[in-house]
Design a protein around this ligand. Structure first.
Ligand SMILES: *Cc1c(COP(=O)(O)O)cnc(C)c1O
Length: 388
């Protein structure tokens, strides 16, 4: 047996600490802001029931068919691994959209698919284009991979800036993330605007259309169905949707993507953890997908509240962006942190916006009419007090 002599080095060896092992991209990564903790808000306010308007959840919950499906399945789902391909759910989704199941990818929430797309597609230094203000994970996941992120600002009226987007797309991104309706503004891109993005995105780029709130926008005849727009396009694309918002299944974590071709789904299959969607979640989503009446009722009631609360807040002198989703982006005369803190003391949780230029905005998802009335009352009182 020969041994390799160890060379006595003169270099000083730095002790390895956990922090020193972390990649440079990760050290500088902004943290995702999930909003204030409801237990802390309960303790601070002393209210019996916190009104949570910070995460765009559905106050109307999931279809009753979901609890039934989960009950039926729970005994054999706890000890067995889930179906790694999610084939029954992928088939149900594919059938409802007239897309082959092989072009459907499932995720532990659609945010999981945003992450998988970045892992599969992005090299360090690649350019990603998205919108500001925007969904923070459209920036965090690309930066995690070492990509550069260019955020195209919305217009002064919160609309799509066609010129700025044309220029940004001409810079040659590898990945384009665009939400329609947009989060946090709730604004909707029309067919013409979406068409410009599709036409302007280089064919060498992957176009990701994030339609987390599409169900709420669909009653508007001017809302373009991203899948119908992209279906015939000869270019790489993926449309992302979720069961977290209109279907009321945020706690279960299921989202899906409809991809331009099966090869993209297969690439994502290689980077995802094999059992990324648990069996109860798969069964819950199948049940939710089948209850059209519950979805329609959620969308109808949400739309009524969006219109009613927008009018009330505007009547009180606040600026509210027209919303096609289940939340409102509201400008006050005060720092959003201060407003959110005052609302928290009243037992209402909203999200204070912190992106540059939007530090006076809060985002509030709507709840039941009673909760929304309390929100309007508290917010208008807080703003009036602050103005004195
Ligand atoms: C809520 C949201 C998602 C992700 O939701 P999941 O719960 O992960 O499915 C994705 N995109 C946008 C813009 C969202 O607001």
């Amino acid at each position: 047996m020969s041994t390799v002599p160890i060379k006595a080095g003169t270099d000083v060896i730095e002790p390895v600490t956990a922090a020193s092992l972390v990649r440079r991209e990760v050290v500088s990564l902004p943290a995702y802001d999930p909003g204030a903790d409801t237990d802390e808000v309960a303790a601070l306010s002393g209210v019996a029931r916190v009104v949570k308007l910070s995460n765009n959840e559905s106050p109307f919950g999931a279809s009753p068919a979901v609890a039934e499906a989960v009950r039926l399945r729970v005994d054999d789902s706890l000890s067995r691994y889930p179906d790694p391909t999610g084939k029954r759910l992928a088939e149900a989704i594919g059938k409802s959209l007239a897309v082959p199941a092989g072009r459907i990818v499932l995720g532990n929430g659609s945010e999981n698919i945003l992450e998988l797309l970045c892992q599969a597609v992005l090299d360090p230094g690649d350019l990603v284009t998205t919108q500001a203000p925007g969904f923070s994970l459209h920036e965090i996941f690309p930066r995690m991979m070492g990509a550069r992120v260019e955020k195209v600002p919305v217009t002064a009226e919160f609309g799509f800036d066609a010129i700025a987007w044309r220029d940004a797309l001409a810079a040659g991104p590898k990945l384009v993330f665009l939400a329609n309706p947009c989060n946090p503004t709730g604004a909707m891109l029309g067919a013409g605007e979406l068409g410009r993005v599709v036409a302007g995105t280089p064919k060498s780029a992957l176009l990701v259309l994030d339609e987390a709130y599409c169900e709420f926008a669909r009653p508007n005849p001017d809302y373009p169905d991203g899948l119908e727009v992209l279906r015939g396009q000869d270019r790489p694309w993926i449309v992302l949707r979720t069961f977290s918002k209109a279907y009321g299944l945020a706690g279960v974590r299921v989202g899906y993507g409809i991809a331009s071709d099966a090869a993209l789904v297969q690439a994502l299959d290689r980077v995802r953890t094999p059992y990324n969607v648990n069996q109860l979640a798969q069964d819950a989503a199948i049940a939710a997908l089948g209850d059209h009446a519950h979805l329609a009722e959620t969308v109808r009631r949400t739309g009524l509240e969006i219109a009613r609360v927008t009018k009330l807040l505007r009547g009180a002198g606040l600026r509210v962006v027209p919303s096609s989703a289940n939340f409102l982006f509201i400008e006050t005369d005060h720092r959003s942190d201060w407003v959110a803190e005052a609302l928290h003391r009243a037992g209402i949780v909203v999200k204070a916006w912190r992106e540059p230029g939007y530090e006076n905005f809060i985002r509030a998802s709507l709840s039941t009419p009673e909760d929304n009335d309390l929100f309007v009352l508290c917010l208008t009182e807080i703003c009036a007090k602050g103005a004195r």
